[in-house]
Ligand binder design. Structure first.
Ligand code: TRP
Length: 344
C-alpha cells in the first residue's frame, strides 16, 4: 500500500471529533443541561469527544482564584454526574493546554479588527458605550475560541444557538490560515440540536443567567419545588380549560415527561378542572425522577476533588498530544521550527 493510501485509510477510520468548551462560571442551569451538556455527552457514543472547562475565557470576568478553582471542579463534576465517560472521552482544563494561546496569536494575524467587531457579544458590549474600557480579552474572545476548536482538529462543535457565530468565525480563520499558508487545519462545523435550541425559563423567556430565570440542575427536591413554584402562569381559574401550548409549566414538562404523561397533561389542560398547581406538582415529580439520581452522583463527585483532578489530568494528557501535533503543523507552515527550542 502506498503512503497516501495508508493515510487515507487511517483518516477514514478516525471517528469524527466533537469538541466543546463551557465557561466555568457559577452553577449550571437546566438551559445549559438540556441545551448543551446532554447533547454533548450523547455524542460520546458516535464521536471522539473532547470537552473542556473554558477557564481562559472565564478570566474575562472572574477575579477570584478560589472561584476559578471551585467552578472548574463543579463543571467537571457536572459532566461526570450527567454521564460523561472519562475513559472514552477527554475532559480537561483549557489552561492545561497552553498551546491554545500560542495558536491564538497565529490566528490573530489572519483575522481583522473589522471581522471581529461583528461578533454579537462584542456588538452588545459596544452598544453599552465606553468601549475604551472594554477588555481586549473580550474583543479577542472569538480568536481564543477559534484556537480551541482548531487545535484539536475538531469536526463538530456542539453549542447553543448563541455560539453558532463564533464557530463560523473559527471556520473562517481556519480557511484564511489555510489560504495563506497551505492546507493545515480541518474546518469545523457547529452542531445545534434544533429541538432544544431555546429552553424556556421561569418567565417564559430563554433560560439565562442574566435573566435570573433559571433552575439549577442539582437543587435539592425542596429547593426545586420552591423554584418551580415561581414559574409564571396566567390567572385562568382552576375549573376553566387552559391552553397547554402557551404555558411555561408544560414547556418545561415536555423535557422530563414521557410522551404519555405529556399527552395526559395536555388533555387535562384542555378539559379544565386541572390547575397550574397540579401541573407544577407533576413537573416536580418528573424532574426529580431524572435529576434526583444525578444530584446524588454530583454530591459524591464534588466531595472527591482528588478523583476530579485525576480525570482532568488524564483529559489534559490526551488533549495535549493532539494540540502539540496540530500546533507543530502550524508552526512549520509559518516558518518556525515544528517544536520550540527546549532549554539545554
Ligand atoms: N464561548 C463559549 C461560551 O461562552 C465557551 C467556549 C470557549 C467554547 N471555547 C469554546 C465553546 C470552544 C465551543 C468551542 O459558552
Amino acid at each position: 500500500m502506498s503512503d497516501t493510501t495508508t493515510t487515507k485509510a487511517a483518516a477514514a477510520q478516525r471517528r469524527k471529533r466533537s469538541l466543546s468548551g463551557i465557561k466555568p462560571t457559577g452553577s449550571p442551569h437546566l438551559g445549559n443541561y438540556l441545551g448543551m451538556v446532554v447533547p454533548a455527552i450523547a455524542l460520546q457514543e458516535t464521536h471522539d469527544a473532547y470537552y473542556f472547562a473554558a477557564d481562559y475565557h472565564a478570566l474575562t470576568s472572574v477575579r477570584d482564584p478560589e472561584e476559578m478553582r471551585r467552578s472548574t471542579y463543579e463543571l467537571t463534576a457536572t459532566f461526570l454526574a450527567c454521564g460523561l465517560d472519562p475513559e472514552r472521552t477527554a475532559f480537561f482544563r483549557q489552561s492545561d493546554v497552553p498551546e491554545v494561546c500560542e495558536l491564538t496569536w497565529l490566528l490573530s494575524c489572519v483575522i481583522t479588527m473589522g471581522e471581529l467587531s461583528l461578533a454579537h457579544a462584542w456588538k452588545a458590549r459596544k452598544a453599552e458605550g465606553d468601549e475604551g474600557t472594554a477588555l481586549h480579552g473580550l474583543f479577542a474572545y472569538p480568536v481564543l475560541m477559534a484556537s480551541d476548536i482548531i487545535i484539536y482538529d475538531s469536526d463538530v462543535v456542539p453549542v447553543g444557538k448563541d455560539q453558532i457565530q463564533h464557530v463560523e468565525m473559527a471556520r473562517d480563520m481556519a480557511k484564511r490560515f489555510n489560504y495563506h499558508f497551505g492546507e493545515t487545519f480541518r474546518l469545523p462545523e457547529p452542531l445545534v440540536r434544533e429541538e432544544v435550541m431555546t429552553i424556556p425559563g421561569l418567565d417564559g423567556r430563554k433560560m439565562s443567567k442574566s435573566y435570573d430565570n433559571g433552575i439549577d440542575i442539582f437543587l435539592s427536591k425542596k429547593k426545586l419545588k420552591q423554584r418551580i413554584a415561581q414559574i409564571v402562569t396566567d390567572s385562568t381559574p382552576l375549573e376553566a380549560p387552559k391552553d397547554p401550548a402557551t404555558c411555561n409549566v408544560v414547556a418545561l414538562y415536555r423535557y422530563f415527561a414521557t410522551p404519555e404523561e405529556l399527552a395526559e397533561m395536555e388533555a387535562a389542560y384542555r378539559r379544565g378542572g386541572y390547575g397550574y398547581g397540579h401541573a407544577k406538582m407533576a413537573l416536580l415529580e418528573a424532574m426529580d425522577r431524572t435529576l434526583g439520581p444525578l444530584r446524588e452522583k454530583y454530591d459524591a463527585l464534588i466531595a472527591n476533588p482528588r478523583y476530579l483532578d485525576e480525570v482532568l489530568a488524564a483529559g489534559a494528557d490526551k488533549a495535549r498530544v493532539v494540540a502539540q501535533d496540530v500546533m507543530g503543523r502550524a508552526r512549520e507552515k509559518v516558518g518556525y521550527p515544528r517544536t520550540p527550542h527546549a532549554p539545554r
